[in-house]
Write a protein that binds this ligand. Sequence first.
Ligand code: SF4
Ligand code: SF4
Length: 82
Amino acid sequence: MKMGIIVLILKLTKTLEVVIMAVTIDYNLCKGAECAECANNCPMEVFEIEGDKVVVARPEDCSYCGVCEDVCPTGAVKVEPE
Ligand code: SF4
Ligand code: SF4
């Protein structure tokens, strides 16, 4: 009986594992402000244009929808586990 409870707790712990995601831009691939597709299409306004560069300004607002990855023409932006 006790063993059954321990197994159940282990299974619950595994289910509740937290995965921390991050939004990153590879500046070797990014075309910058002349592109800005990610900034223009992000529904949460995570990106900002700073001069000729697009930056991840508000990563905490990301909903992990994946739109920025879909619209990026060079594969520069990634939303993946940290
Ligand atoms: S995954 Fe969605 S919410 Fe997050 S930065 Fe990309 S477009 Fe914005
Ligand atoms: S969509 Fe891609 S290439 Fe364009 S600004 Fe964003 S990260 Fe850079």
